[in-house]
Design a protein around this ligand. Sequence first.
Ligand code: GDP
Ligand code: MG
Length: 341
Amino acid sequence: MAGRWAGSVEGMEIHDRPGGAADAGAFPLTPEGFRSGFVALIGRPNVGKSTLLNQLMGQKVAITSPVAQTTRNRLRAILTTPTAQLVLLDTPGIHKPHHLLGERLVQSARGAIGEVDVVLLLVDGSEPAGRGDDYIVELLRQARAPVHLALNKHDLVDPERAEALMGSYRELLAGRGDFATPQQRPPLTWPLHPVSALTGAGTDALVEALAAELPLGPHLYPADAVSDQPEQLLLAELIREQVLHHTREEVPHSVAVSIDRIVDDGPRTAVLATVMVERSSQKGILIGKGGAMLKTIGSGARAQMQKVFEGPVYLELFVKVVPNWRRNPARLAELGYRGDG
Ligand code: GDP
Ligand code: MG
């Protein structure tokens, strides 16, 4: 593997870990009628994209948070069933861009639409369709791939409200009622799927419907692959998730995490990471009184990492002030936010 190196710090063996899960595992013989392809997961922030990915995969591959816009990177999860393999792209929420980082997010989401076999548009189905949904539907109208609409958070819907809510999404697609326009857009016939990403209700049927849209083809990844994202990215996301859970508005969106080193010390894995913030006041908040906040963040992230490594983890966090990292294209590229979609 390119870039592998070895050395020793404080008596511990150091090496690059193989990044992709696609390195390991076997490609089984393709069963008759097997389908494989790419699924773009599109939706506004907070509709439950990450929760759905985690539900489908049965393990943690994306971070979830009550704070909007926490998913910055496209994350591929690989879902293999006995009859199909779905490669899922978790795209950041489409929304009106506010600054450079926001623009990159939208470009990345738009890019994902162009290169997939089927698009899954996820909405918060516990609320009636609104203007923000209309914006995305208009954007997806241009997609070459078929689109399926999943109405998520169905567990929050009273049975007597279910039909009215569903009706509002039918009107959205048909361009009727609140969504009628003078220019008479052609009605859309995208299939609707009520689901709960949280409980898993309806998700088997959803996967089956998506798989049916894929072309016949062999496994694209080994049957036991979970994600082709480097391990570093998942670890960084686990740290950022804890920051989001434990700090208030002035910090979360100013935070980026880089994993500096993963040190494999026999049974224990040591992870050294840097948390970047934009201002020294934010650094103060992150560290907290006597380091209490950083300790809370660290132990939360460590607990999650121990599940990933299935063993003990030692985590060391550094906090660094990098003024205006969000407005700095070189910094963004370094952190993996590609501008070319
Ligand atoms: P994303 O921004 O689209 O990735 O949304 P997340 O997956 O981070 O979810 C946002 C919030 O909605 C979290 O608090 C989730 O727990 C919650 N959520 C997601 N799916 C469901 C669901 O099916 N039912 C309920 N009740 N809550 C959900
Ligand atoms: Mg997310």
